[in-house]
Structure formats: C-alpha cells, structure tokens
Design a protein around this ligand. Sequence first.
Ligand code: SF4
Length: 337
Amino acid sequence: MQQDDLLVKIEKAALVGRGGAAFPVHLKWQRMKDLENPKKYVVCNASEGEIGVQKDFYILQNFSEEVFKGMLLAMDFLETKEGYLYINKDYYQKLQSKIDPLLELFKQKGYLINIFVEEPSYIGGETGSLLNAIEGKKTQPRFESPSPSVLGIFGCPVLLHNVETFYDVARVATDKFEKTRFSTILGVQKEGVYRVNSDDKIAEVLRKTKNYPDFDFFVQVGGGASGEIFTKSQAEEASISGCGSIEIYKSEITSYQFLNKIFNFYEKESCGKCTPCRDGSWQLKKLLENLDLNSEMPWSKIKPIIKVMEKNSFCGLGKSIALPVRSYAKNILGIEI
Ligand code: SF4
C-alpha cells in the first residue's frame, strides 16, 4: 500500500490514539514524518498498569499479528527499521511463546522490534517514564517540553502508541476497521474484556454484554481507579468513548471502602518525584487509617489535598485523582468538593 493512501485511510476512519489522550493518529504520524531526523523509532506501549484493566493483554493474546502489523506499517511509513515492544513483565511471561517467534520472523525480514520488559506499574506506562526506562534511566515522568516524542529515546523521535492503537491501524489498512473498541468490565459475574461499540452508552454496553446488574449500583468508567463515577441513571446517558474499563460497584459500598481503594492506588503508584503527589497521596491514605467501614469521611481535609494534587502534580497520575474523588462525592453523595 502507498504510504499516503494509508494516511488518508487512517484520517477517514477518524482513528484516535487509544491510550487515553484520543489524539488523531494521522496527525501524529504526519508530524513524525515531517521531522528530519535520520533515525526514528516506533514504540508499542503494552504496559497497562491500571487496576484490573486487561484489554491490551487480551488483544496481544488474541490478535498479536495485527498489533505487529500495525507497528510494521508505522515503521514503513517513517522509513525506519527499528522499534520497541515495551511490555508488562506478567504479560510477557504469559505471551512469550507467541511473541518471540513473530519478532524473529520480522527480524529475518529486516525489522528489528526489541523487547523491553518492565515491572507492572501504572507510572511505567506514562510516556516520559516509559522512554526513560528504555534509555536505562529511572522510570519517572519527563518535562513536557521538548515533547517526549520529539526527543524520544537516544536523542531520536519516537512514534508511540498503545497496543489497541496499533491493532486499529492494521484493521484500517486491511479495511476491517469498525467503530468498536475493547473494554474490561469488572465487578460483575462475567468479568472480562469485551469488544464494544465506541458510541454506545454505558448501560447499553452492560446490557449488550449481559452484564447489567440485578442490584443497585454505580459505575466507574475510564482507566481503572482514575475513571469517572456515574450513577445508574447517568449510565443510561453517558457514553463509554475513551474508556479502557467499566467497573460496577454495589450501591451499599461505603465511602470508606471506595476512597480507601482509590487512595491506596495513588499512594502505591506515586513515583515520588513531585511533592504534591508524593505527600498528597500519603496524607490521603493516612486520613483513613484510623477510620472504619462506616465512618464519616473527613471531606474538609480531603478537599484541599485533592485540589493541590490536581493543580500542582508533575504528571497526569497525581492530577487525575480529582476525577474519581470529585465525581464520587458529587454524583453518589451529592456534595461538591
Ligand atoms: S504526579 Fe506522582 S507519579 Fe507523577 S511525577 Fe509526581 S509523584 Fe510521580
């Protein structure tokens, strides 16, 4: 296929990155192509460190050839022969027998896709952290400027997508692309990864996958613990677009149980580089330490910490805590924080 034809197809399909930012893929590719650097890399992010989210694992397990085809198409487009598969250690252990022979085959055809295995963590999948890790540096975020993709690894630009995006590129190239995406559905009897229509409402997805609960519930939609909270009735109207997971919670879950889960996640995953996130997440966890299941939550203390983390954290992890906590307080408890 002519490279320009592929770009037109990707644009017509309105393909956006599946890593969360939803940036148009054709713009990213064109921008990378326009850079005059003699060497460029293509990197696939198979880190997936969000709690319970398994969609990239599912795609690699079932459609690894398509994922690598998407990578090879990107390599041809950028006229480069080298790339990386940056993969969660648990995933690699389970999929090595599938992945290694494919990469060997590509090597014989002149494409070198290096494997970089990392310990599973949320921050390991953040762009700057991932690029630092490949370079052998500490797995921590970078400054946003210059763009981590322009000064990607070893002084060269990097075209970075996650597993699902490369899979979609291959589908577009072979005219099999549909407006669907993968989502991990949690908190139900049939937990698992499902292919869902991108434009469907949350409740619609639950019904179509036969996961609509027969109990009162609320849902968290997005990237695991950082997702937004919706009530059962809001789930009828809110779209799932951009989501990697849908988690169902029984309505009787207490505020302590919910916040404890969220605060533990942030405290565990904070990389410690910046004070707002490092100290904020630690303080939030501490606030719950001497409380029990049915305690009133100390919202007047939680609120300022969340605000500082949202405004002053260095990367998206610390900033993102505001979404689950505020939407839970507002939609489930009816309080503004
Ligand atoms: S926000 Fe958290 S994860 Fe991000 S750099 Fe700061 S401490 Fe690290």
